[in-house]
Write a protein that binds this ligand. Structure first.
Ligand SMILES: [Zn+2]
Length: 856
């Protein structure tokens, strides 16, 4: 740099300083009018404080709104850096991506830094102390009297997300401020410590945003991850609270660790933990490490950053339901002030230790990605994914890869041999139109490996969450693991290289509006979106119960048929259909005549009119909020169809005849234990209602003598007891193994193959099988008279994930998806959750079949 440029830069720096330097950011107390910890700060005031700091300390902090929540609240990122670094923030960001090797230009990144520390607060809305701590942390970093801050910021950029989940936070805070006594009441029995359903933990649709990082099904996550992946920090902390009787938890995390986690990532967790411990020891605060919070499931705020090259961590303060003050089990009073002080301390300690080790952190970060691209671990060098020729499963999977910056390339010719994901055995196959390959030699290979492995590599079996999520099985996409890279499809940069890939399906055809009718294949969520759109436009639509052939073209069962008869003027009909087809991505195909070459004619009684269903879902205290949220989200955000939410304890007050379909999400329905209510439902079904029961709701219906029975209740149970008598020593359990013994019965979430009767509408659009996420050991006896066993697990259908020994014994030869005919109505049993966290993509169509096709 020439002297002249230096001088002029100095001039501008001085000018900048004098134009902003006189005003100084106010402390949170000065701005809010109360000391932090005295009240819960509503989200809009947190936003106002961050804006005020951005205005008054513009040389040190830059504020960006990166999105909006479902309820319209702003999502913010604050960038805090030295004035010099703040001015070249974009350059720092791009350099960091170069270090990770994920930019288009392949120039090497500069290892001289600065290091990037990202602090995420309040992902769970009712763990609210951390957003208070965020304000204090921000203020400390920009306060000129804090000389240590200025030192750290010389080589550190701090990114603060003050509140990941504003809707959930305000749900908690507004409720608390509404019911709290004028002085905090520390008695745990007081109502201010008893938060009502659905509680503030989750976002608007009751989703746990700390399970959504990889899948990005929610608008908050999707917008945040775009930013996160455009920065890729070296250090990420996700702030939480746990039960208020627990001491503080920080890194290092508990086993199991996924085995892609590098020695450096383990080592630096320990360094951070030790630095935190130094402050906690000095203050005499209790804490624990290495227990409870493991690093395995890839969609947390600690694991996702880890699988993306960062030191990712969860910090947990005791505090859920603690209000402003609560008496703890050991007789102390825990206050909001205590809680936010602890979170503030670990934040500052983390920034400090990152700054002290900036050089090593950046070097190791760079190595992580170089190594990931050059020597990808795992069972396969490449993953071959088959196009589902008329469906949208691969389309959706490609969008998922793009969101995570995992590169893929189209491959439409050549012969390959690889491990078939479905059988686990070697198979040979030829590539076809629309197929893709993901080579593992790319910067994101660790994330890719974790998401795609057929068997999860787990270092211990006691974990906090599901243990299987193999993406091809989740999406229902046929996949092969290859032992070699596919040439021409190189990794190593390019970001979302897949954009502009080949689209699925038969391609757009010119369609004459003189046809007898149009067919739309029933192959995925886009078919459902098309159906819901035209139903709401009042268009009459039918579906074919059997496959058929028309004009030499074959169509599968479930195909939607729209005829000109009964649908008004042909040209208008065609215009509407074209418009909705474009919006939803389906391709309508002309049908020349009602007379078909194979299968049933369009006027046959094997072609059913789809009556536009009026749908209700039970919700409220008796229902699992997460599961109700999945259904609600599907209707509103994925398929755009109205659903009426009804409180389960009011079912004797509603007009049942106003609804065609009623959904019982997973829950514990006390309401069904009352005979009158049970009779009400039974009668409504007999008169033509369609009841969809999910997970535990099925178990509850099995007690109502409707024809479905849980397996293992009768004879099996006796046998189990006999076994125990035969081996009296089996009752001797070692105390130290108690946690491990418990898991013999557990199914934390593993994958099983379900064999489908796809001639039943519940399984239309599927091959003869489906991969289900088993989260309990419930299977049902096969249905008899008037019952259809649509989805069953036979013996040896286990595929992947952890299942306890005893549970494994139970999970065979039973029903998981079934339909019971009853009078003029139906009951659909979905014993497993086909909508799990909205990321179990291949289950969504099954659920929509239950809603729109079954019983029509
Ligand atoms: Zn939490």
């Amino acid at each position: 740099m020439s002297l002249m440029i230096k001088r002029s830069l100095l001039f501008y720096a001085l000018l900048f300083f004098f134009s902003t330097g006189f005003s100084q950011a106010p402390s949170p107390e000065a701005f809010l009018g109360y000391p932090l910890g005295k009240h819960f700060t509503p989200h809009d005031k947190i936003v106002a404080y961050f804006k005020e700091v951005a205005r008054t300390a513009s040389g040190q902090m830059k504020l960006e709104q990166y999105g909006t929540t479902y309820e319209g609240r702003p999502l913010l990122l604050a960038y805090i850096a030295s004035p010099e670094n703040l001015r070249r923030l974009e350059e720092i960001r791009v350099n960091n991506l170069k270090l990770a090797g994920v930019t288009h230009e392949k120039t090497a990144g500069d290892e001289s830094g600065p290091v990037i520390v990202w602090l995420s607060y309040n992902v769970h809305g009712n763990e609210p102390s951390s957003s208070e701590a965020a304000m204090k942390t921000l203020y400390t970093l920009v306060d000129p009297s804090e000389s240590r801050s200025a030192t750290w910021l010389k080589n550190t950029v701090v990114i603060i997300d003050p509140c990941i989940n504003p809707d959930g936070r305000d749900r908690y805070v507004n409720w608390f401020n509404d019911v709290a006594d004028s002085q905090p009441n520390p008695d745990p029995q007081s109502r201010e410590h008893r938060e009502p359903w659905p509680r503030g933990r989750t976002n608007h649709y009751n989703f746990d945003l700390n399970r959504d990082w990889a899948w990005q099904t929610q608008t908050e996550t999707r917008q945040r991850l775009k930013k996160y992946n455009s920065w890729l920090p070296q250090v990420h902390v996700d702030y939480h609270e746990q039960g208020y009787n627990n001491p503080y938890y920080f890194a290092p995390a508990a086993e199991p660790y996924h085995d892609v986690i590098t020695p450096w990532q383990r080592e630096f967790q320990v360094m951070i933990g030790k630095n935190n411990a130094r402050y906690f020891d000095r203050n005499g605060w209790l804490y624990f490490t290495k227990q409870e919070f493991d690093l395995f499931y890839p969609s947390y705020g600690d694991t996702y950053p880890i699988y993306n090259g960062a030191i990712g961590m969860t910090f947990e303060q005791g505090g859920i339901s603690a209000g402003l003050a609560v008496q703890t089990a050991d007789g102390d009073t825990l206050t909001l002030t205590d809680r936010l002080e602890h979170h503030f301390t670990t934040g500052i300690s983390t920034i400090e230790v990152a700054s002290q080790n900036a050089g090593r952190l950046i070097k190791e970060f760079h190595n992580y990605f170089v190594d990931a691209a050059a020597h990808p671990g795992g069972d396969y060098k490449a993953y071959f994914l088959r196009n589902d020729s008329f469906g949208d499963r691969l389309e959706r999977l490609k969008a998922f890869l793009d969101r995570n910056m995992i590169e893929w390339v189209p491959v439409s010719s050549g012969s390959f041999t690889g491990t078939d994901y479905e059988t686990g055995k070697a198979a040979s196959f030829r590539a076809g139109a629309g197929d893709i390959v993901i080579n593992a030699n790319q910067p994101k290979s660790n994330l890719l490996r974790v998401l795609f492995e057929r068997q999860s590599h787990i270092s211990d079996s006691v974990t906090y969450d599901i243990t299987a999520w193999s993406v091809p099985l989740v999406y229902g996409v046929q996949a092969y693991g290859l032992a070699a890279y596919v040439p021409g499809a190189t990794g190593g940069g390019g970001g979302a290289a897949g954009a502009g890939g080949v689209s699925a399906g038969p391609g757009t055809r010119m369609i004459p509006d003189t046809a007898y009718g149009y067919a739309v294949r029933w192959t995925g969520i886009r078919s459902v979106r098309f159906l819901t759109a035209i139903l709401q436009k009042g268009i009459k639509v039918r579906y074919a119960e059997r496959s058929f052939q028309s004009g030499g073209v074959s169509f599968g069962s479930g195909t939607l048929l729209i005829t000109t008869t009964g649908n008004g003027r042909a040209s208008e009909l065609w215009a509407t259909i074209t418009k909705e087809a474009e919006k939803t991505g389906v391709v309508p195909e002309p049908i020349a005549s009602g007379f078909v070459e194979k299968g049933a004619d369009l006027g046959s009684d094997l072609v059913h009119l789809v009556h536009k269903p009026r749908i209700a879902m039970l919700t409220g205290e008796e229902v699992s909020s997460l599961d109700a949220g999945e259904v609600w989200h599907l209707f509103e955000q994925e398929i755009g169809y109205p659903v009426t939410l009804i409180n389960a304890d009011e079912i004797n007050r509603i007009q049942w005849k106003n609804f065609d379909v009623v959904i019982l999400p997973n829950g514990n329905y006390r309401t069904l234990e009352e005979k009158n209510n049970a009779d009400l439902i039974r009668n409504w079904v007999r008169e033509g209602g369609r009841l969809i029961a999910m997970e535990n709701a099925v178990a509850q219906l099995s007690k109502m003598e409707l024809g479905i029975r849980l397996k293992g209740e009768g004879a099996d149970k006796k046998e189990e007891e006999k076994d125990r008598k035969d081996n009296i020593y089996s009752d001797l359990h070692r105390y130290g193994n108690r946690q491990r013994d418990e898991i013999a019965n557990s199914v934390p979430g593993s994958i099983y193959k379900v064999e489908l009767d796809n001639s039943h509408p519940l399984a239309f659009g599927y091959p003869d099988h489906y991969y289900t996420l088993k989260q309990d050991d419930n299977v049902y006896e096969f249905l008899k008279d008037g019952g259809w066993n649509v989805g069953v697990i036979r013996k040896d259908n286990y595929v992947s994930g952890f299942t306890g020994n005893k549970a494994k014994e139970k999970l065979k030869d039973g029903l998981v998806f079934g339909v019971q005919d009853m009078g003029r109505g139906k009951i659909v049993y979905l014993a497993d959750d086909p909508l799990f966290r909205s990321f179990w993509e291949n289950g969504k169509l099954l659920f929509c079949n239950a809603v729109f096709l079954v019983g029509q």
